[in-house]
Design a protein around this ligand. Structure first.
Ligand code: EPZ
Length: 408
């Protein structure tokens, strides 16, 4: 099994470019089901999750069956279900897999499809699966999310595009990925308004598939952007991060300034000149839906806080299992008290030492790389499939800016 060996102590210098966004590309890949013909995506990140999505869609037939083995590997496997039900009137799929960061139910999806006229049954046998059918077709609905969900909003939006009549989705999330998907679908004939606000209106096409005309260009990945910025704040010496879209990380940047990290933004290039010399101060962080602090940057930011002077509180409000990596971090030398599944207190600064650990999920895996880069000695990170799910050739790209990281 491949692993990363990371040696600490090197400063990061030079230029690194942010790749195409995973979470913007995945729903657009899934939306190909709404089209008559093939769609084109530019700047698609070549990562394990986009490969899995392509495999999943490639295996789909008119029976609406989603491949169980592939779907178990990533949560976004639920995204194509939205189009499958709308197109074939039925879908069979397992409870989606993916990062083990909490319970991750799918009730808001099922409630939404039910509101549009579909019936769901649990399939027999293991693993747990669902069979959805809408023999009389799907009709537009006025649906309010009891919990705002990113992929829930995306999946229901896709179903509504092919349904009959108008759908209104209320308490939708405001994440930029929603607007990217809506803009792409609108450029190809869909009628969606309000994406990026809490109320989205979709005029359904009564089963008429979209005709492909305009390609999608995946925007820079805002989570990769934030992760590189954290590396810059810790180790940057004339580090330039290209394609940085500040408007997509407002709270993150406010907190980065609050901890005392020094950066300048020049025409979408985020520059850390002598950041490694700065003393960082503690700060409290609460994860929230957009435009709040993204839960996907919580683990990397916690690594930054281990180096800040004073006591920081990290409050993870989105997922209940997303502080699981802290035990390993404490074994590296951090001083973090886990109060409950949602809150951790970090006492800093702490000296970290390299050790062996396994990546629990995409973002905590990247956080371990950052920890390894600032630690004394060598860290060995296993289960790097998790990291490769979200970051393309991360070892090679970090080596280019001076990091000591090897894939063995
Ligand atoms: C998306 O996951 C992202 N994935 C996640 O990124 C991200 O962490 C998350 O949004 C929050 O920003 C993709 O875009 C592919 P949610 P998603 O449904 O849609 C609860 C990464 O590392 N909920 O918005 O699955 C849920 O348990 C990944 O790139 C229900 O209760 O997240 C959570 O507490 C990890 N019932 C909250 O809502 C449901 O039916 C928000 O989750 C659905 C969700």
């Amino acid at each position: 099994m491949a692993k990363f060996l990371v040696k600490g102590g090197r400063l990061l210098e030079g230029e690194i470019e942010i790749n195409g966004s995973k979470n913007a590309a995945l729903p657009v890949l899934a939306s190909s089901l709404l089209f008559k013909e093939k769609i084109e995506i530019e700047n698609l990140p070549n990562i394990e999750d986009t490969k899995r999505m392509k495999e999943l869609i490639g295996k789909l037939g008119a029976d609406g069956k989603i491949d169980y083995e592939i779907a178990k590997k990533f949560r976004a496997s639920i995204l194509p279900v939205g189009g499958v039900i709308a197109r074939f009137g039925k879908a069979a799929f397992p409870h989606p897999g993916g990062c083990v960061i909490g319970e991750r139910p799918i009730d808001v999806f099922l409630d939404g499809w039910k509101a549009m006229g579909a019936k769901t049954e649990l399939s027999e046998g293991a693993p747990t699966g669902y069979v959805i059918a809408a023999p009389e077709g799907l009709s537009g609905a006025d649906y309010t999310f009891k919990i705002p969900s990113v992929t829930g909003t995306e999946a229901l939006m896709m179903t509504a595009v092919l349904a009959k009549g108008t759908t209104i989705l209320r308490n939708a999330v405001l994440e930029p990925e929603i607007k990217y998907l809506a803009d792409f679908l609108n450029a190809n004939g869909a009628k969606i308004s309000g994406a990026g606000t809490a109320t989205i209106k979709i005029e359904g096409r009564s089963g008429k598939l979209l005709e492909y005309g305009a390609p999608f260009t995946a925007p820079p990945d805002r989570i990769e952007a934030g992760s590189f910025a954290i590396m810059g704040a810790l180790l940057g010496k004339n580090l330039r991060i290209k394609n940085f879209v500040a408007e997509e990380l407002p709270t993150f940047l406010a907190l980065l300034s609050n901890v005392g990290a020094e950066y300048v933004l020049e025409d979408n290039v985020l520059i850390f000149k002598d950041a490694h010399k700065k003393t960082l101060r503690a700060s409290n962080v609460t994860t929230k839906e957009f435009p709040g602090f993204p839960t996907d940057l919580q683990a990397p930011f916690t690594i930054l806080l281990t180096q800040a002077e004073g006591q920081s509180l990290v409050h993870e409000t989105v997922f209940e299992g997303r502080l699981n990596y802290i035990q390993d971090l404490n074994k590296m030398g951090s001083r973090i008290t886990l109060c409950d599944p949602h809150r951790a207190i970090i006492y800093g600064p702490a000296k970290l030492s390299g050790r062996a650990m396994a990546s629990p999920d995409i973002r905590a895996g990247l956080a371990f790389i950052i920890a390894g880069l600032i630690a004394e000695g060598e860290s060995a990170i296993e289960n790097i499939y998790q990291i490769d799910r979200g970051y393309e050739r991360i070892d090679e790209r970090l080596r280019n800016i001076g990091a000591d990281i090897k894939r063995i």
